[in-house]
Ligand binder design. Structure first.
Ligand code: SF4
Length: 326
């Protein structure tokens, strides 16, 4: 009997993104920022992968590259078994409905001059749903799915609260029956009480529609409640990746340990003294040699400033890039 191993829904290999820095009168390239530097991971069908790190660590750039909203400088992206790295605009349009994004600030991503009906109808029109009645029915279904009412259809984004607007953003993302949703800080702008409601809604929708999520956040506390596995990024690189419980109970990388020590105790079982990192995140235009975390790492040894640690499996299913682990 042969065992079928299911292919991941999404797989990225050695993904890189370099933004050129231009200067002088002629705008010549004078340098570059390595925003994403050799990132690889997979997301299984129905799984939620959390991606965490401080602002500027490359997590949002990674998310945008997966949807090809940004072109990768190097590396490969596979979606549903297909290499989509160099897919043409036409080819991309065909799969766009299957990969959707939820943004941090739904207000900025919803057209303020359009009613909710029009906002939710638009992706359907773009993807060729010509029958107006069918579109109307779908809009009402979507509103109900995210906990809003049919009388909301003629209202404008500014007439909703932040939490309701995020529900509209989620409804829009669901309109074309996607397989993958990339949620970029979807609850960061919301009050804590509303955050829990939106996270619960996302969990329910995941079950109902068999969705796969990439959940991007700067807060490890938020990511824990929704993620099966969590990846931690620092200066454009993945520094740790593990099953969610394992990462929170047994973090290997000093950067993850520092991030976790800042999460309120009720949220994590990792009870350690607060580790306050010294100094700012170095500029990605000029990252430190060796381990890019060595300038702030409280456990750094001599080797750390010379040799870059390899991202490798340190325990089954637990990956880290640190000289203290192998
Ligand atoms: Fe710290 Fe060295 Fe590990 Fe980097 S490799 S995280 S500097 S101990």
């Amino acid at each position: 009997m042969s065992l079928m191993i299911e292919e991941p829904l999404l797989k990225i290999e050695h993904l890189k993104k370099n933004f050129p820095i231009r200067g002088g009168v002629f705008g010549k390239k004078i340098g570059g920022v390595q925003a994403v530097d050799d990132v690889s991971f997979e997301i299984q069908r129905g799984e939620t992968l959390g991606l965490v790190g401080e602002s500027g660590c490359g997590k949002s750039t990674t998310g945008r590259m997966l949807l090809r909203l940004l072109e990768p400088s190097e590396g490969k992206i596979f979606f549903d078994g297909k290499d989509i790295t160099n897919l043409s605009k036409q080819g991309l349009r065909k799969i766009r409905g299957q990969m959707q994004m939820i943004f941090q600030d739904p207000y900025a991503s919803l057209n303020p001059r359009h009613t909710i009906e029009r906002i939710l109808e638009e992706p359907l029109i773009v993807h060729g749903v010509k029958d107006k009645e069918a579109r109307k029915k779908k809009v009402l279904q979507l509103l109900e799915t995210v906990g809003l009412n049919s009388y909301h259809t003629n209202r404008y984004p500014h007439q909703f609260s932040g939490g309701q607007r995020q529900r509209i953003g989620i409804a829009r993302a669901l309109s074309l029956n996607p397989k993958l949703i990339i949620a970029d800080e979807p609850v960061s702008a919301l009050d804590v009480s509303i955050q829990a409601q939106v996270l619960n809604l996302m969990k329910d929708l995941q079950k109902k529609f068999e969705l796969t999520y990439l959940f991007i956040a700067h807060d490890l506390g938020v990511v824990r409640h929704i993620s099966d596995r969590v990846g931690v990024m620092y200066l454009g690189r993945l520094v740790e990746l593990a099953n969610s419980e394992e990462l929170y109970l047994n973090p290997k990388h000093p950067y993850t340990q520092a991030l976790l020590s800042a999460v309120p105790i009720a949220d994590v079982d990792y009870k350690k003294e607060r580790i306050v990192l010294q100094g700012d995140v170095p500029s990605p235009a000029n990252p430190p040699k060796g381990c890019s975390f060595h300038t702030r790492c409280p456990l750094a040894i001599e080797k750390c400033s010379i040799e870059r640690p390899i991202f490798k499996e340190v325990e089954p299913g637990h990956y880290a890039a640190c000289h203290l682990h192998g």
